[in-house]
Design a protein around this ligand. Structure first.
Ligand code: NAD
Ligand code: DAU
Length: 359
């Protein structure tokens, strides 16, 4: 058995990844470490929570004592680190929360792993610290620029992307200074089930079903590169097992879309699956003041990952959008719970008061 710690496993990508690992690696124990901020929801893992290979531990990655205890108690062999503050708009309002979790939290985790692994008879042998990062660290592209490669210099613009860039640098520093086996991946925009509905796609679906305005920032001509979350989980699994320690890999969907185009597609798909006539919700689309410092375009060149490890996305954009809209409409109670905050009552009962964004 290998004991793998996944941080942020109660969030969007984390819960999809934990499910993927539990279903595909029966020889692993998965220890999900999550502070259960507003973005963490144990209901995301209700279907696997009774699996004997799964454990949940509520802890803040900035709490060195708690993290050290977990690493030694479970004799952790590998860490896949997703816990983070992740919403760009929130980072514009509360940048310190992002510096704390994304930089201090990552540093705390690195240091606790180093202290534990260095003292083992086998040292770092067989150990791995895998940090999940974002394409936003590379900054913003113009419409005719080539996509980001692993060599693109870091030029983050938002407090969120700056804090993720900082965390990437810290991970590299632990590899270069202490010889810790590390991996970093920088992925493009994910979409799919269990995404908190402050992010664009679930927000649009939720607003169509509730017949609320759909805010389009600026002119809607910003471009993102979209990847279905299960394809990201597969990429993480592959890189965790086959990636070269010390290396960085880009992950992307090769699927660039203007915001206004993806919004129109999601609105039309949601209307169709709700049984509304074509065009029924188009008037909800509302152009609003642009996000401050809004990055124009992200696009990922993932050819290194395809060339070296053979990964490519398996879910087409059309299929991914169809499955995503259908999932949210089939899980309206989940949407209602996370938007009303009712899901925190579950934590109150099981783990005491929920942790909000730590101050
Ligand atoms: P999310 O916001 O849905 O989930 C984040 C999780 O981290 C939540 O469960 C939350 O409770 C937990 N968390 C937050 N602060 C914590 C702390 N101090 N201690 C312990 N747990 C804490 O995020 P997501 O969209 O699933 O993103 C996961 C990771 O992937 C992040 O590191 C993000 O930067 C990266 N990423 C996301 C995307 C995307 O499109 N969503 C793309 C590329 C990379
Ligand atoms: O690129 C990877 C990143 O993708 C991740 O690292 C982030 O954690 C994740 O949140 C995402 O960042 P974005 O800022 O691209 O995602 P968001 O869903 O917030 O917005 C997508 C685009 O849609 C962006 O150009 C802003 C725009 N937008 C967003 C919202 C919430 C709107 O026009 N209206 C909205 O209401």
């Amino acid at each position: 058995m290998r004991n793998i710690m996944v941080t942020g496993g109660a969030g969007f990508i984390g819960s999809n990844l934990v499910r993927h690992l539990i279903l595909n690696h029966p020889d692993y124990n998965i220890i999900n470490v999550d502070a259960l901020t507003y973005a963490g929801n144990l209901a995301n893992l209700a279907d696997i929570e009774s699996n004997p290979a799964y454990r949940f531990v509520k802890a803040d990655i900035c709490d060195a004592q708690a993290i050290s205890d977990i690493i030694s108690r479970y004799n952790i062999d590998g860490i896949i680190h997703l816990a983070a503050e992740t919403h760009v708009d929130r980072s514009i309002v509360d940048p310190l929360a992002f510096a704390r979790t994304n930089m201090i939290g990552t540093l705390t985790l690195l240091n606790c792993a180093k202290d534990y692994w260095e003292k083992l008879p086998e040292g770092y042998n067989g150990k791995l610290f895998y940090h999940i990062s974002t394409d936003e660290v590379y900054g913003s592209l113009l419409h005719d620029d080539p996509p980001f490669t692993e060599q693109t210099p870091y030029t983050p613009h938002s407090p969120y992307s700056a804090s993720k860039a900082g965390s990437d640098h810290l991970v590299r520093a632990y590899h270069d200074t202490y010889g810790m086996p590390t991996l970093i991946t920088n992925c493009s925009n994910n979409y799919g089930p269990y995404q908190f509905p402050e992010k664009l796609l679930p927000l649009v679906i939720n607003n169509v079903r509730l017949h609320r305005p759909i805010p389009v920032y600026g002119k809607g001509d910003n471009v993102r590169d979209w990847l279905f979350v299960e394809d990201h989980a597969r990429a993480i699994d592959l890189i965790f097992h086959k990636g070269k320690p010390g290396d960085t890999y880009n992950i992307g969907g090769n699927c660039e879309q203007r915001n206004i185009d993806i919004i129109r597609k999601v609105v039309a798909t949601t209307d169709r699956l709700l049984g509304n006539p074509p065009g029924y919700s188009d008037s909800l689309i509302t152009f609003v003041t642009d996000r401050k410092g809004h990055d124009l375009r992200y696009a990922i060149n993932a050819s290194k990952l395809t060339r070296q490890l053979g990964w490519k996305p398996l879910t087409s954009f059309d299929e991914g959008i169809e499955r995503t809209v259908a999932w949210y409409l089939d899980n309206r109670q989940w949407l209602d719970n996370v938007t009303s905050g009712a899901y925190t009552e579950y934590y109150d009962k099981m783990y005491g008061r929920p942790t909000t964004t730590p101050q």
